[in-house]
Design a protein around this ligand. Sequence first.
Ligand code: ASP
Length: 437
Amino acid sequence: MGLIACKFGGSSAADGLQIRKVRSIVESDPNRRFVVVSAPGKRYDADNKITDLLYLLKAQTEHNAPYGQLLQVIKERFLGLEADLGVQVDIVGEFAEIEENLKNGATADYLASRGEYLSAKMIAAFLGYDFVDTAGLVLFTAKGKFLYEETNEALGAELAKHERAVIPGFYGTLPDGSIKTFTRGGSDITGSLVARAARADTYENWTDVSGFLMADPRIVDNPKAISNISYKELRELSYMGASVLHENAIYPARLADIPINIRNTNAPEDPGTIISADDTPQKGQIITGVAGNKDFTVIGIYKNMMSNEIGFIKRILSILEDYDIPIEHIPSGIDTVSLVIADKYLEDKLGDLIEDFEKKLGADSIELYENMSLIATVGLGMASVHGVAARLFNALTDAGVNIRMIDQGSSELNIIVGVETKDFNTAIRAIYSAFIS
Ligand code: ASP
């Protein structure tokens, strides 16, 4: 196998024990030449992630609250790691600089980035790898838009100078050299960028689970693991994937056709899940996974002869645009259209929105269905098998679940159903057992 770029998440960098596991994984294959790391995460449930503490530090200084104690807690965590790993990376000097910058109004992005920066410095020293900072290599415009191609060039040119390196995840720089981070969980993106820039054959993303499961284990008992999934399927299952892999981490690897392998630092023998462009259905498998999301509201709009009225949908969309509200799905009938919207976008806008609809659309009726959930059943195998939809709907009917909405993509890769949130778990279990024995 050729070059491997690997990324280790916060739980893999949480303490000396975890970082020793990282070392044995990296050393067990000499192809693992480029290693991206997160800031130290939680060591136990009630523990704090370093990134959260760094954001808190910023909040405290903004409110003129004393920050000394908190800064000390963060510093001690790194001093402890430095001693435990037996490396010398001048944590004391680094923190003197951080404190100085803090006093001079350092940004939240700069502070948050120090978690990854110090983590990478320490792990580089521990592995005996070069440390390659992403400042000046992962590039954003002045407005904070990420620059894919410029980054690929700068990062590629720098990595070519190193046989082996540890690289901090999560951040890069604006044109003036100040630090800019991705959104939370963004080290996954850096890993993908490094894989592309280094022309890796595989991007291994090491976390604390052995890849994706076919359903949420809190709902379905012992769901099966997904060994292979295509980029397209994962996108459809984004409700499920989000907690394991940052959504934007797929794009760079996908551009360069590099498979992403999700692996478990605590169970390195598990093969994990491979995400790739390969969209041949797995043999004998109809569905790849089932996942859903709660907290949607459906707004049903009914108007006689709607289908003959030009510009009706456009008016609906422009009202939503005025309120800055995105739509998840728009199932429609001849004289009806339903808007499925995530509750988080409606919060204090719902009343005004409905009033505007009533005023501007001349609809015969507008109905609200709250507490709705969406469930996506996804699988490349669905297109080639007859009766998949029937099997799914029968399973839901047998389980006593009332289906309130149906949406099937024309690619036949997915079927989305809307159900009342009270039926969410029952529906997922029913669909899972209808397809997986
Ligand atoms: N440390 C950052 C976070 O907690 C980035 C990352 O871990 O990917 O969001």
